[in-house]
Each structure stands twice: as C-alpha cells, then as structure tokens.
Design a protein around this ligand. Structure first.
Ligand code: PXL
Length: 283
C-alpha cells in the first residue's frame, strides 16, 4: 500500500495537516506526518496548538495565534502547493474561523479545488477536552460546510448532533445538513461489534465499509491516521469512497501494528510499512 509518486518521479504529492502537536508522539501532527511520510507523501504542517501530553493524559495545551495558523496555510499553499488538506485539533473558536477563512481564500474545500478532510476533534482518546464547547457552533457552521469529507467518530457525532436514540443512518442525515460533500460516521468506537463499519453518505446514497475489529488497548491516533490517509488518497485523485476504503485498510494495518507506550494508551503505528511492501490498491 503505497501511493504513486508524481509524474516526474522525484517530488511527491504534498498534503497539509492543520492540527495540534502531541508531545507523546502518538496523535495529532505526529500521527498525520508519519502516515503521510510512509505513504510516500510530503507532509506540510500548520500547527494550531502545542499539547502537553503523554500516554495517560493531555495536561495542558497552548493555542497558537490564529493569524499564525492562517499564515502557515497561506505560505505553504502559495509556494509549495498541496493536493489535499486535513484538519484535526483546532483548539479554539478563533482558530476555526481563521482556518475557514484562509481555506476559502486559497482554494481549500468545496468552494476551491483542493479537497479538505475535516476530522472534528473535540476530545482526546482519554477524554481530555481539545476544543471548548463554545467553539462547536463555529465548527458546525463555518468549517464543516467547506469539507469534502467529514469524519466523526461516534463520540464526535454525539457532540455535533446527538445520537443516542438514532441509527447511524439518521445521524449521517442529521450531520449532512451542515453542508459537507460527504459524511462518514465511523463505527470504530462501537466496541460491541466484531467488525468496524463506517457509514458513508453523500446526501443521496449510503455506502457501508467494514473491516475486522482489531482488539487492542493501543489505539491512540487511529482517527488522525484514517483522516490523514484519506487526504493522501484524495490528493492522488481517488474519489471519496475509494479514498476511505484505502484509508480504512491502512488504519486496520496500523492498528494491527500498534504498541504499548508508557503507562497508558499506546499508538497505532504506521511503521509496519517499513517492514512490509504490498501492491498498489486499484484506482
Ligand atoms: O486523536 C485526536 C487528537 C488529535 N490531535 C491531538 C491529540 C489528539 C488526541 O489525543 O492530542 C493533538
């Protein structure tokens, strides 16, 4: 599973992650860049926040000034050029607004030509908040409507639209009203099921994608990995269902390669790619 190089065979496709750093190296920018690198993509980074974090908890985070976040996006797109972007931890309402504004300005998202994956990160895997509740409306109404793909897990579905008495299809329909092109309701957190089924919805048809559930205590960074791999596949011109299928397989294999770290939750690992080569996925 490796994406092809660009036609000159030298400069790889570039993908931009707009996300927070994880000092423990498991999630956020670190997970994104690891997946991008091991998929043969050049990872560009607009840092939104610096988290103080280990395997047990996020004990603090420092928000980068929103203008600096927007400037990182602007200089990367205008010089280096990118094939896709993804957002992860955005940390504050002002950052969400600045990111939505700069994305519109440089052509990222539905109004432009650069696909945008929005992973609506609200809390860490251990439940520590990464976004204040007061910022949720900005996420719902400024950034999410720009997304090519929105990739919430079940906790994030609950935070965004509530879900408790709804089916995944009803949740996807409710989420889809925000205006994004595709909605993916990820089933990975539904631990009672032997398979991990993601529901894809484009406002018209539902597609289900299943993979075997990998039972592991070490799944930190799984959501980031799926969104990052999706952005890489979109940058290579895959359509959304194919990009998600590719990213799901990448994430399954990264979950199989997860490892313990510290006294808490270890990360999913893209490092399996260093040990194993596999054929290209069909386009
Ligand atoms: O996995 C979501 C996530 C994203 N970004 C950062 C994180 C986490 C979870 O811990 O720390 C920086």
């Amino acid at each position: 599973m490796l994406l092809p190089l660009t036609p000159d065979g030298q400069t790889p496709v570039r993908v931009l992650t707009i996300a927070g750093t994880d000092s423990g190296g498991s999630a956020g920018v670190q997970a994104d860049s690891r997946t991008m690198t091991l998929l043969g993509v050049h990872a560009c980074v607009a840092v939104t926040a610096v988290t103080v974090q280990n395997s047990l908890r996020v004990s603090d985070f420092h928000v980068i000034p929103p203008q600096t976040v927007a400037d990182q996006v602007r200089v990367v797109v205008s010089d280096i050029g990118i094939g896709a972007a993804k957002t992860g931890m955005l940390a504050s309402q002002a950052t969400i607004e600045a990111v939505a504004q700069v994305c519109a300005e440089v052509g990222i998202g539905q109004t432009g030509s650069i696909p945008l994956v929005v992973d609506p990160v609200a809390a860490s895997i251990n439940g520590d908040p990464l976004l204040p509740d007061s910022a949720l409306d900005a996420l719902r109404h400024t950034l999410i409507p720009m997304a090519t793909v929105l990739t919430p897990n079940l906790d994030e579905v609950r935070v965004l639209v509530g879900i408790d008495d709804r089916t995944a299809r009803q949740a996807a329909e409710a989420l889809h009203k925000f205006g994004q092109r595709w909605t993916i309701v990820k089933g990975g957190h539904l631990r009672s099921s032997p398979v991990s089924t993601d529901l894809l919805y484009d406002g018209d048809k539902f597609h289900e994608m299943s993979a075997p559930r990998i039972v592991t205590a070490h799944d930190h960074g799984a959501g980031d990995t799926l969104a990052a791999a999706t952005a890489c596949a979109l940058a290579h011109g895959y359509d959304v269902p194919l990009a998600i299928a590719f990213a799901k397989e990448w994430t399954t294999r990264s979950l199989q390669a997860s490892y313990p770290l510290g006294a808490g939750r270890g990360p999913v690992s893209a490092l399996w790619r260093l040990r194993e080569a596999a054929p290209l996925p069909p386009r």
